[in-house]
Ligand binder design. Structure first.
Ligand code: WT7
Length: 646
């Protein structure tokens, strides 16, 4: 293999590095050799009500399966993100909120103001009956109140479950029911790219399928017309009148749940990933500082949505724990035009920008001019997340956006991992476009072959993590057995990521993508099984098989094979109907790119659909279908090839 393109650490970065190459080796070496003392020392970054004396206590083995970090410690996550900054940075800006429409006003909150807002929000929640341990669903647009809501839950020990505002009423209802959430916090509507998202109306529809729901707290964000149901719905601004501006922070055990976040797997309905308090906060705070070389006074912008783990860990918890000034953006990268993101960078003098390859690819397609007409001189570090970044997008980010000055920090991680797992540290690692390079302290990645043998040196295979780390998820809500089966049964004693990876001769990691039936559409994770379940709910559909196929901007697009019930006529109309049907069932992020009507699907004699073949046909790559001799009816394949959708 040719020597990969390499961008060595610049002299300037070598000088300013918080952690240089040697520093990384020392830090990493200690974290692996002596995790107990390493993590107890790291725990000092947080403000503990009771400082822990034990670090990790865990086993990935079935007989003794458990994962705990800092279990004897007590803290409050919101107090760590707010109160402890008041003495030193009370007047520092915590949140700069940039509205969807650039003509609307920016809102800013200092840490002191954030304290007041979060306390007030917490008191409203208490007033509505929310107690420690209760689940609170948050279905919000990207407005400051979304961050207040998360932190208010953390302050009183309630467990939040954020549902992305792009999910349908059905998807929302499923998540409310799964975690028995009697409370929903929403807004009248949200704004995105000049359009309104009818959040409250969606909650009303979800409520019909979620009898557990007792109270809906509605933030007035747009003035959109909504119906308020007596006894159930409460306007936030009315409930907030007269509540106190202080609210004591609940003393929580380090292992008390902080939040649930639903994410797609390869089978079944989405899993409620549970993160707890101490380890998660430590992990997000440490990785935010290391990966982005975060320094006091930096303006930091993560352009994700709070509905995803990236928003939780790197808009709210990590950066606020570090006392950062965080930009929170309501809109999308390319509205009103494709210069917006760079204009926002200049407007708020952003130093660290964190976004997704899919956004970069979309902007790249509009050329360099929208970028070049802005200054971007404030930028120092550029991060990327969510999917493998193709070298073209990497180079564009580096050369055009960063003018060749800013390291590109390609962060590989997952909802399950809480925070960054493999990522270069600016100042420590040479960069290679497409490589996430090296593990964070405490992360012990291994590459295994299909039989579970550990491969050493340069190798390619399945990526596992051999040791627990503080930010690791602790369980699947209500289904601990599923937690074990999903992540620890494939390779006993190890956490299986479901990603493939390659390690090169320098020891740098390259993530090659999912090896299961999860696809990544515009950085959004989607289970093919979920889309299939949605399709078969339609009266015309007998069977469906969904695969991902490469898409220039989205990374992957959804390609669905649909077998219709007998007597139903295939038509373009029906195709459109089914696309809309899936959008209504799951949400716009699940919009199928292509639907191919298939009289039958390629199955083995035991009835298992051969997805490998379906993937190839969707990609238009039919030259190498591999062995089709095990198919029950090999002729099926010819029909599929002839009718593939370009
Ligand atoms: C999956 C996790 C990480 C937060 C946002 C997505 C893919 C994520 C990278 C990267 C290559 C990546 C993996 C992973 N992924 N980051 N830098 N390079 N692939 O979290 O929704 O839980 O998705 O996203 O396939 O398993 P998620």
């Amino acid at each position: 293999m040719a020597e990969p393109e390499r961008y060595p650490v610049s002299d300037e970065w070598k000088k300013r590095a918080r952690v240089d190459a040697g520093g990384y080796e020392t830090l990493y070496g200690r974290s692996i050799a002596d995790p107990g003392s390493f993590w107890l020392e790291q725990a000092r970054r947080l403000d503990w009500i009771k400082r822990p004396e034990i670090a990790g206590d865990w086993s990935f083995d079935e007989a003794d399966f458990h994962i705990e970090w800092f279990a004897d410690g007590k803290l409050n996550v919101a107090a760590n993100c707010i109160d402890r900054h008041l003495a030193t940075r009370g007047d520092t800006t915590a949140i700069i909120w940039e509205p969807d429409d650039p003509k609307d006003s920016v809102r800013t909150y200092t840490y002191r103001e954030l304290h007041r807002e979060v306390c007030r929000f917490a008191n409203v929640l208490k007033g509505q009956g929310v107690q420690k341990g209760d689940r609170v669903t948050i279905y919000m647009p990207m407005i400051p109140e979304a961050a207040f809501a998360l932190l208010a839950c953390a302050r009183i020990g309630a467990i939040h479950s954020v549902v992305f505002g792009g999910f349908s009423p059905d998807a929302l209802a499923g998540r409310i029911v799964d975690c028995d959430s009697a409370y929903v916090i929403t807004a009248d509507a949200g704004r995105r790219a000049g359009k309104m998202v009818p959040l409250k109306t969606n909650v009303d529809k979800a409520a019909d399928q979620a009898p557990v729901l007792k109270k809906v707290i509605v933030v007035q964000a747009t003035g959109a017309d909504v119906t308020m149901k007596d006894g159930r719905d409460v306007w936030y601004h009315e409930a907030a009148q007269g509540v106190g501006e202080d609210c004591p922070a609940e003393a929580m055990d380090a292992e008390d749940p902080l939040f649930i976040l639903y994410t797609s797997g390869s089978t079944g309905k989405p899993k409620g990933v549970l993160h707890t308090s101490g380890g998660y906060l430590l992990w997000t705070s440490l990785t935010h500082e290391l990966a982005f070389d975060y320094r006091e006074g930096d303006v930091y912008w993560c352009a994700a949505d709070i509905g995803w783990i990236t928003g939780h860990s790197y808009i709210v918890y990590g950066p606020l724990a570090n006392g950062a000034t965080v930009v929170m953006y309501e809109g999308v990268p390319n509205w009103p035009d494709s210069s917006r993101i760079w204009q926002v960078v200049d407007k708020h003098q952003v130093n660290i920008l964190y976004t997704a390859p899919t956004a970069l690819r979309a902007l790249m397609a509009d050329g360099d001019e929208p970028v070049k007409k802005t200054s971007r001189a404030s930028l120092r570090v550029l991060g990327t997340v969510g999917e493998p970044i193709n070298p073209e997008a990497w180079r564009w980010y580096y050369n055009v956006v960063g003018d060749g000055r800013c390291p590109i920090i390609d962060t590989w991680w997952q909802t399950e991992t809480g925070g960054h797992m493999i990522a270069p540290l600016p100042g420590a690692h040479d960069l290679k476009p497409g490589s996430a390079t090296r593990p964070m302290p405490g992360v012990d990645p291994q590459i295994l072959d299909a039989d579970g043998n550990v491969l050493t040196g340069a190798a390619q295979g399945n990526l596992v993590i051999a040791k627990s780390w503080p930010g690791q998820m602790r369980t699947v809500w209500n289904d601990h057995e599923r937690f074990f089966q999903t992540y620890f049964s494939t390779y006993p004693g190890k956490y299986f990521t479901s990603d493939g990876a390659r390690r090169d001769a320098d020891g740098d990691y390259w993530i090659t993508g999912r090896v299961d039936d999860v696809i990544n559409v515009s950085g959004h994770r989607m289970g093919t099984a979920e889309v299939e379940s949605a399709l078969v709910l339609h009266e015309s559909v007998a069977e469906a098989a969904v695969v991902g196929r490469p898409h220039e901007v989205k990374g992957q697009g959804i390609y669905a094979y649909v077998t219709l019930n007998s007597g139903v006529e295939a038509s373009d109309d029906l195709r459109r109907t089914l696309v809309q049907w899936v959008r209504d069932e799951i949400g716009p992020i699940a919009t199928p790119e292509a639907i191919q009507f298939a009289p039958s699907l390629p199955k083995t004699r035991s009835g298992k659909i051969m997805r490998r073949i379906l993937r190839k046909i969707a990609e238009g790559d039919t030259s190498s279908l591999g062995d089709t001799s095990t198919l029950a009816d090999p002729d099926v394949v010819d029909h599929l090839i002839e009718n593939g959708v370009a």
